[in-house]
Write a protein that binds this ligand. Structure first.
Ligand code: MUC
Ligand code: MG
Length: 371
């Protein structure tokens, strides 16, 4: 029996963060997500999430523009179509809309969730099958205060919640940043991994100076030190240093992946379903990375539970990722809009079992936080 897409609802949801989250381009006190509810003629609902960071400061889509674009352009072309044919539906979306990767990712997630529920299988099963049910998760230290970051990290290590930490730098001077990172690494010791994310804040000369000092301090991974478009620069930095480079904003999808690989980049790619227009696009990039010997990292746009779970189903289908994942988004928020929160323990998270995403909305909470 076929099922048609009947209606697509979008809601802006604002959730406060547990503390200010300071990135080089924005300080977050709330996270805004666009929640997609896709209703099908067989009574099945698919859930999706479109989330970015800091309004328009991270990328060209804002929460408000994603809602308008789904309501006006993307959603209407799916109405009345066969809900089960995700290939055909996503091809239709690429035809009517350039870009808009995050909005497309939310719709693809909702289609996968609905189809999984229809067949009684998890999204990971739809994507070929999970190879893991527990995935490692790091934590980002971004309070802006060195002592507070050290206390936060030590508590999380003691609780066995996280043992890998990413530090957000690039807002202050290189000397201040290096002192901050080195103090944290020295305090936490050799049993934890310390990485930095510069979010494109440096030019290449500054990056060379800073990375030498960070390598000396024991940092293990340098994420997006220079602007996203500077693929050749990223390739040069990856060859110059022993410490590994991680491409994030510079590798949105497999097209960017191909450019970086052909320029001689080595290191790792941060996969994000939001950057690649959905879980399937992120897996296409992962396959290219594996072919080229590039390490994998499961990245987040600081999504809430729905978006994080969608990514986890995709990452679970891959071989163990060299750099783990950062799917901690729900833990950065004071509240949640789902009935059963994700289980974070033993330095990682458990993959929900489905059907579909395996996530259920808490309607009261959703009402409370919907704009
Ligand atoms: C980014 O650029 O990686 C991921 C973790 C975090 O704290 O910020 C994000 C965005
Ligand atoms: Mg990043």
């Amino acid at each position: 029996m076929s099922s048609q897409i009947q209606s697509i609802e979008t809601l802006l949801v604002d959730l406060p963060t547990i503390r200010p989250h300071k990135l080089s381009m924005a300080t977050m006190a709330t996270q805004t997500m666009v929640i997609v509810r896709l209703h099908c003629s067989d009574g099945i609902e698919g859930l999706g999430e479109a989330t970015t960071i800091g309004g328009l400061s991270y990328g060209p889509e804002s929460p408000e523009s994603m809602k308008v674009n789904i309501d006006t352009w993307l959603g209407p072309v799916l109405l009345g179509e066969d809900a089960a044919n995700i290939n055909a539906l996503m091809a239709k979306l690429s035809k009517v809309a350039q870009g808009n990767a995050i909005a497309k990712s939310a719709l693809e997630t909702a289609l996968l969730d609905a189809q999984g529920k229809r067949l009684g299988v998890s999204v990971a099963t739809l994507l070929g099958g999970a190879q893991h049910t527990h995935l490692p998760v790091l934590w980002t230290l971004a309070s802006g205060d060195t002592e507070r970051d050290i206390e936060e990290a030590q508590r999380l290590v003691d609780e066995r919640r996280h043992r890998d930490f990413k530090l957000k730098i690039g807002l202050r001077s290189v000397d201040q940043d290096v002192r901050h990172v080195a103090a944290i690494k020295a305090a936490l010791g050799d049993n934890v991994s310390v990485r930095v994310d510069v979010n494109q804040a440096w030019d290449e000369n500054t990056a060379v100076r800073a990375i030498s000092a960070l390598q000396e301090a024991g940092v293990e991974l340098i994420e997006q030190p220079i602007p996203a478009r500077e693929h050749a620069g990223m390739a040069r930095l990856s060859r110059r240093f022993e410490v590994a480079m991680l491409a994030d904003e510079g590798v949105q999808d497999s097209t960017d992946g191909l450019t970086l690989i052909s320029q001689g980049f080595s290191g790792a790619f941060a996969l994000k379903i939001a950057k690649s227009g959905g879980p399937r696009g992120a897996l296409r990039l992962a396959q290219m990375a594996q072919t080229a010997g590039i390490g994998l990292y499961g990245g987040t746009m600081l999504e809430g539970t729905i978006g994080s779970v969608a990514a986890l189903h995709a990452w679970a289908t891959l071989p163990a990722m060299a750099w783990g994942t950062e799917m901690f988004g729900p833990l950065l928020l004071t509240d949640d809009i789902v009935a059963r929160p994700l289980k974070f323990a033993e330095f990682g998270v458990e993959l929900p079992t489905g059907p579909g995403l395996g996530v259920e909305i808490d309607e009261d909470r959703l009402k409370e936080f919907a704009r």
